[in-house]
Design a protein around this ligand. Structure first.
Ligand code: FES
Length: 104
């Protein structure tokens, strides 16, 4: 399944996403080091913040209370915000497009 990533500098890249990996892991694997993911996917750092394209926000698994709380710590949060480590990539997400959020 395809995953499109837009980096902080506007670079856009479409990759064949690895199923069963988180979106965060797929973004890192695609070479986007600007997504820091400092906690390694433990839902405790919020440095994997992405904005999901509008037509996808309702199709993703619902966020947990922890994800919701962590996102509140970002000044760039909006309705399209998600922590990419909390979204497992797979065939159902074919065509997903995410933009790495600005640094807080
Ligand atoms: Fe730390 Fe996602 S990598 S919250």
């Amino acid at each position: 399944a395809q995953l499109t990533i837009v980096g902080r500098d506007g670079t856009e890249k479409t990759v064949e996403g690895k199923n069963g990996w988180s979106v965060m892991e797929n973004i890192r694997d695609a070479g986007f080091d600007d997504l820091l993911a400092l906690c390694g996917g433990c839902c405790s750092c919020a440095t994997c913040h992405v904005h999901v394209d509008a037509d996808w926000t309702d199709q993703l698994p619902k966020m947990s209370g922890d994800e919701d709380d962590l996102l509140d710590s970002s000044s760039h949060r909006d309705a399209s915000s998600r922590l990419s480590c909390q979204i497992e990539f797979g065939p159902a997400l074919d065509g997903l497009r995410v933009t790495i959020a600005p640094e807080d």
